[in-house]
Write a protein of this length. Sequence first.
Length: 113
Amino acid sequence: MLRNHTRVQDPGVGPIDESRRAKRRRHLTEVLRASGPPPVRHDSYPSTSPIARALADLDPAYREILLLKAADDLSVRQIAHELNIAEGTVKSRLSRARAALRTQLDQEGHHAH
């Protein structure tokens, strides 16, 4: 069953914050789209960090959640507002993204704890 989530203005956020958030969201979307599909083989990218490779292999929805949380330091509530999804969805995607990233790093022989 699909729920219709309406975007609600956060009472603690002013118009300037909303403008900055929209600009940051557009930039992040452009970066994610520009990255394209992840490379199938990483042999030709020896200088790429293990975390960058693991992030490239993540599902785009998981990568987006992780970037909003880690790079932009947004709260679960802010991410939910930004993506127009439920807070529970943010929490589950964030949990799954972290687990997938951890698994990917462990498979490459790197320990992420």
